[in-house]
Write a protein of this length. Structure first.
Length: 182
């Protein structure tokens, strides 16, 4: 793969045929179900879908110059992966996703928001499509802003109580040379 593909076409063209076919199949499912507000491109070195700055000018809080990431898809060394940012920090949505996947009988290899797979046959494509369809950009932006507000409120709870006692410093052991000198 080129060091830094800048388009989805470049990304896919650089993959081995089996990986290209698998990711193209998943991409089609995503395109068929995603809110048209999201834009597709290469983000963080992978194929990604994001809320564009024209819709959410603030961008991603970690790097405001980057559009707000919604989903990613990548070919890794030993597997392929889907990154569902819409499931991250949304327990209700993540629970629905895991339960819907379990009903398909397919094994789910998932972290907090990353689904790993080796072939399209490993995936519950209908569940992926429905998970994406359930989160239009307006909903995702509202969830994101609520999560940011929660982060800020936790960070600004205020200073430690002024009357809290500091822990006394522990006495340091004298070095062997200092003990001999006594």
């Amino acid at each position: 793969m080129p060091a830094k593909p800048t388009t989805v076409e470049q990304y896919l063209a650089a993959l081995p045929p089996d990986r290209r076919a698998a990711l193209s199949t998943v991409r089609k499912v995503i395109q068929d179900h995603i809110d048209p507000t999201y834009t597709e491109g290469v983000q963080y070195g992978m194929i990604g879908w994001a809320v564009p700055h024209s819709v959410f000018p603030a961008g991603y809080h970690c790097d405001p110059s980057v559009a707000l990431p919604f989903m990613g898809m990548a070919s890794q060394k030993h597997y392929m992966s889907l990154y569902f940012m819409c499931l991250y920090n949304n327990g209700e949505r993540e629970s629905w996703f895991r339960q819907a996947w379990a009903k398909t009988g397919k094994k789910l290899d998932m972290g907090k928001c990353c689904v790993r797979f080796k072939s399209v046959d490993d995936l519950a494509l209908d569940v992926i499509g429905e998970a994406i369809r359930r989160v239009p950009a307006k909903t995702y932006i509202a969830d994101y802003e609520a999560a940011l507000a929660g982060l800020k409120s936790r960070r600004t709870k205020g200073p430690v109580k002024a009357n809290a006692k500091a822990k006394p410093k522990k006495k340091q052991k004298a070095s062997a040379g200092a003990r001999r000198a006594r």
